[in-house]
Design a protein around this ligand. Structure first.
Ligand code: GDP
Ligand code: MG
Length: 465
């Protein structure tokens, strides 16, 4: 039995969760409970129908368990087979809590990494009456997205920024229209700044074989008719601008002149939404707690879009004599690297919400990795996303407790939502999200897996929880 902290109520709860095996145990326990519940009528029926004096109870139990297992396996295994061993583990983690879904308000024991972390305190105790951090919101978007952007800016202002008045940097590969600048400036309580991406940062680099890019895009698009695992089509299979965008967000945004001078950024996209009031200065809390990267939602990447990415990451680490980072104890390598398969777990922090330390991205370590990966052409030939690039770098190069999961910020980027599960918290923070739609414990979320890793780190470092 371990003691855990419910991240929403901050209560310590004891739980049976020791990962894979115990989660399975929980499932089996539930089945056995069910069988016991059904025992009496079942035996009565069998005796009456078969005219038997004695029906072997263990035989009935076995038959029942076997049928449930067959049903479960036939429904779930096709999905599981499409994933690697790590994903299987996440899936089982989901099962363990999924069975308790009816009462998830009290039973879904999840632990937030900031609790009991050496560097941290409860973030919402930080008073608003203090100097702001050196920070800005950052958005890359198009003129056509003006009114989706306006909704989002207004929402971020209402929920957070009207209290703190941080600046907001907007970048675009085209010049922003006067209308865009007028309407958005009017909504931002800090200073709104509008810039254009340098053309040299938004084009095919010279080493890219464009003919090959188009051929591979066509191939990816045609395979899309059969779909990736689970039948999901690969988004943006045939989009060049999406590839430029992912490359820009991976290796260039932090070099833009409008972001120079800032230490932290909070990335926002059109059409995202905050669902709870944020009464503390999130940037300042990052600074005061020594955090360098924050996320709200994590999930698995479409494998077909990053087929050679991790091989290249490993090559890079090997060439630089730092392969041991893959097995680091101080970093969060377990989140991205699966030792058994010697491959990527597919887990990444969803980068449409990220609060990060710009100095990390401007630093030598990150840029050398980016330059190496860029030279391999995967942004175009495969459609590497910026989220796996950021996540792999953050997980390997940062300390594990530099990273923070913002579990208290209700956040949605369609189609996924992160919503605090505790009604107490939702009432206090005036959240307007539906907790039954929360994605955190979904099979394709990696946040449960992240929590398990953090829990192990805290335990091995003598954390008291
Ligand atoms: N200026 C500009 N912004 C883009 C372009 N493509 C995507 N973006 C922005 O990049 C971010 C991610 O793009 P989005 O379409 O939301 O991708 P998704 O979140 O992966 O579905 C959003 O903020 C978009 O507004 C583009 O061609 N030009
Ligand atoms: Mg988006």
């Amino acid at each position: 039995m371990f003691r855990q902290v419910d991240y929403v109520t901050n209560k310590v709860i004891t739980t049976n969760d020791i990962g894979l095996l115990i989660n399975l145990d929980l499932v089996l326990q539930k089945l056995v409970d069910l069988v016991q519940f059904l025992n009496v009528p079942l035996i009565g029926m069998m005796r009456a129908r078969c005219n038997l004096e004695r029906v072997n109870l263990s035989f009935i139990t076995s038959v029942f368990l076997a049928s449930v297992a067959v049903l479960f396996i036939s429904l779930e295994m096709p999905k599981v087979f499409a994933r690697d061993r790590q994903i299987f583990k996440v899936k089982l983690g989901f099962m363990g809590t999924g069975l308790q879904k009816g009462s998830y308000e009290t039973n879904r024991n999840v632990e937030t990494p900031h609790i009991n972390s050496q560097k941290t305190q409860y973030l919402d105790t930080i008073s608003a009456s203090h100097e702001r951090a050196n920070a800005t919101f950052y958005t890359l978007c198009r003129n056509e997205e003006l009114y989706q952007m306006l909704e989002t800016v207004q929402n971020y202002e209402d929920r957070f920024n009207s209290k703190f008045k941080y600046d907001w940097v907007f970048l675009n590969d085209y010049p922003f229209t006067d209308e865009f600048k007028r309407v958005i400036s009017n909504a931002v309580s800090g200073e709104a700044k509008f810039g254009q991406v340098p053309a040299s940062h938004w084009r095919f680099p010279d080493h890219i074989d464009q003919q090959k890019v188009y051929e591979l895009m066509d191939k990816m698009d045609s395979e899309n008719t059969t779909g990736d695992y689970l039948g999901l089509p690969i988004p943006y299979a045939k989009s060049i601008s999406y590839r430029h965008m992912c490359r820009y967000q991976s290796g260039f945004f932090y070099k833009h002149e409008l972001l120079q001078g800032y230490k932290y950024f909070w990335r926002v996209e059109p059409d995202v939404r905050l669902y709870c009031d944020i009464d503390y200065d999130v940037f300042k809390s990052m600074e005061q707690n020594g955090k360098r990267y924050g996320f709200a939602i994590s999930m698995m990447e479409f494998e077909k879009t990053i087929e050679s990415l991790f091989k290249e990451v490993k090559n890079y680490l090997h060439m630089n004599g730092v392969s041991q980072l893959l097995n680091g104890t101080d970093n969060l390598s377990d989140f991205v690297y699966d030792e058994l398969s010697d491959d990527y777990t597919l887990c990444h922090f969803w980068s449409n919400f990220e609060i990060g330390d710009l100095d990390f991205f401007r630093g030598r370590e990150y840029n050398e990795l980016f330059n190496y990966l860029d030279s391999k052409g995967g942004f175009y030939y495969e459609r590497w996303g910026d989220a796996p690039i950021h996540s792999i770098a953050v997980s390997l190069f940062m300390q594990w407790d530099d990273i923070k999961w913002f579990s208290d910020i209700g956040y949605r980027h369609p189609p996924y939502l992160s919503c605090p599960l505790s009604e107490e918290v939702r009432l206090e923070k005036k959240c307007s999200c539906d907790p039954s739609q929360d994605f955190t414990m979904d099979a394709y979320s990696c946040t449960r897996f992240y929590q398990d890793i953090v829990k192990d780190k805290q335990k091995s470092q003598g954390g008291n929880f």
